[in-house]
Design a protein around this ligand. Structure first.
Ligand code: UGA
Length: 437
């Protein structure tokens, strides 16, 4: 008999995990305190966009294996409880807010059956699992705890869940590992590497991975700054160093930098936790990684002023992209939306387009103008900013667009547009980390 699973927290991570585990044949109870969210997911109308997920949720609910509820007591039948709630940055601090993690565990405790396993998936500061373990030893001594970090990327979450590049489990005994091996048996069968770790290592693996990724992006953005100063081309540089297998060509896309609900807050929480542990200096470099990242946004504002005028009042600026990356409607710490908001605050007339993220962007920055189509967005613009590399923007015809704008000027904040094509259609083209020639 397959273990029955509960998944607590039905955001991007929890909903994807719940639906994918159901598709692998498990009975899964998804639990969240947000009634409206649960209602929408249960109706197959996901409150967020993740390619391919809605279809799986609908199919799996229909099988009867997958349910979503606000009722924690329905978790009583589960053998394994996955904690998938958010750990956002604390207001005004670098540290992570663990309210939801502790809240989720406290709410499920009364319904934990003997021998069940609580498994954390949320990204937490190292030491959290041990603290929860001590707490459970008092409130639920008949259950065990494990940590199992999640490496899925938004936009590829389904694929990453069903074909992960590794599974890391932090456990304190063989039995916990055996239970998790049962849960992940279908993924082990397809050859997914399995790593057993202790609790603190498993927590650290996640923040180390995200810190490394953030470092890679900021490294190439630092090179972009030098390239601009030296009259060199960062795209050629990235391609050239990427052929070295030790460096690799992924995550070397220079541009306006990283955003989203993970990388920015994870490196900050890591700095905060390292300081508590007395290891501040070891990750002090992340402060520079963060600074380089935010500087890339500022660089766009500077280039906008160079291309238009110091005083941006009344200039019409079209912003293509609001999501923090393509194939997502997530605008948390989105570099594109941040730039749009800063330009708006500087007096420019900013209109934003995005294929999926307009509703979220509107909620975040209601004062910005939003357009339903690229054509509407760029109409009469003095400058176009390409800030999230959706496929549809890459496929735009520069000549068609030139006829719509007031002045054909574009900044490619993601270094993916075909510069020659845009220039030969009459556009003044600037890309970060490349000279204009
Ligand atoms: C990130 C990690 O990649 C996942 O492995 C991890 O599971 C997840 O965080 C998490 O902690 O939950 P995600 O936030 O979905 O995933 O986004 P990424 O694909 O990592 O992209 C982050 C940002 O970096 C985006 O704003 C993207 O535009 C930017 N980026 C990425 C670059 O600027 N350049 C690049 O070369 C790559």
């Amino acid at each position: 008999m397959k273990p029955v699973l509960s998944v607590i927290g039905t955001g991007y991570l929890g909903t994807t995990f719940a639906a994918c585990m159901s598709s692998l044949g498990f009975t899964v109870i998804g639990i969240d305190t947000d009634a409206e969210k649960v209602r929408r997911i249960s109706a197959g109308d996901l409150p967020f966009y993740e390619p391919g997920l809605q279809e799986i949720v609908i199919t799996e609910i229909a099988t009867g294996r997958l349910i979503f509820t606000t009722d924690f007591s329905l978790g009583k039948d589960a053998d394994v409880h996955f904690i998938c709630v958010g750990t956002p940055q604390k207001e005004g601090e670098f540290a992570a807010d663990l309210t939801y993690v502790y809240g989720a565990v406290a709410q499920i405790v009364p319904f934990l059956k003997s021998g069940s396993l609580v498994v954390g998936k949320s990204t937490v500061p190292v030491g959290t699992a041990q603290a929860l373990r001590a707490q459970l030893a008092v409130s639920a001594p008949h259950v065990d705890i494990a940590w199992n970090p999640e490496f899925t990327r938004e936009g590829f979450a389904v694929e990453d869940s069903l074909r992960p590049d590794r599974i890391v489990v932090g456990v304190t005994n063989d039995r916990a590992e055996e239970i998790l091996r049962e849960v992940y048996a279908p993924l082990l069968e397809i050859g997914t590497p399995w790593i057993r770790a202790d609790l603190p290592t498993s927590e650290l693996v996640k923040v180390a991975a995200n810190s490394f990724l953030a470092t890679k992006i900021s490294f190439i953005n630092a090179m972009a700054e030098v390239c601009e100063a030296a009259g060199a081309d960062v795209t050629v540089l990235a391609k050239s160093i990427g052929y070295d297998a030790r460096i690799g060509n992924k995550f070397l896309q220079a541009g306006i930098g990283f955003g989203g609900g993970c990388l920015p807050k994870d490196i900050r929480a890591f700095m905060a936790r390292a300081e508590e542990l007395g290891a501040k200096q070891a990750v002090e470099f992340l402060r520079e990684i963060d600074a380089i990242n935010l500087r890339a946004r500022q660089r766009v504002i500077d280039v906008v002023r160079e291309m238009l005028s110091e005083d941006l009042a009344q200039f019409k600026i079209a912003v293509l992209g609001a999501a923090f990356k393509p194939e997502s409607d997530d605008v948390r710490d989105s570099p594109s939306l941040d730039i749009a908001a800063q330009l708006h605050a500087a007096g420019a007339l900013v209109t934003v387009h995005d294929p999926k993220a307009i509703a979220n962007a509107k909620r975040r920055f209601p004062a910005l103008q939003f357009a339903d189509s690229v054509t509407e967005c760029v109409a009469d613009a003095d400058l176009v900013l390409h800030l999230t590399e959706w496929r549809e923007y890459r496929e735009l015809n520069p000549a068609d667009l030139a006829a719509l704008v007031n002045s054909p000027r574009i900044i490619d904040g993601r270094n993916v547009l075909d510069r020659d094509k845009w220039k030969s259609a009459g556009w003044k083209f600037h890309a970060l980390g490349r000279t204009d020639s």
